[in-house]
Design a protein. Structure first.
Length: 66
């Protein structure tokens, strides 16, 4: 299926969850904010939130600074 991740068109497997996408992108363990079609997906929902054809996904990593 086709989706847009951080502005880039991507081909993803059908039925992939947000958690699986994060793993696939090598971002597991990172502090992240995930937005799908303009709505934040809480971390507690990443395992069960299934992505769909045409979704627009934004993933932002939190970086500490001082």
């Amino acid at each position: 299926m086709k989706a847009v991740i951080n502005g880039e068109p991507q081909e993803l497997p059908e039925g992939i969850t947000v958690a699986e996408l994060i793993e696939r992108l090598g971002l597991s363990g990172s502090r992240l904010a995930v937005e799908v079609n303009g709505a934040i997906v809480p971390k507690g929902e990443h395992e069960r939130f299934v992505l769909s054809e045409g979704d627009r996904i934004e993933i932002v990593r939190a970086i500490g600074g001082g």
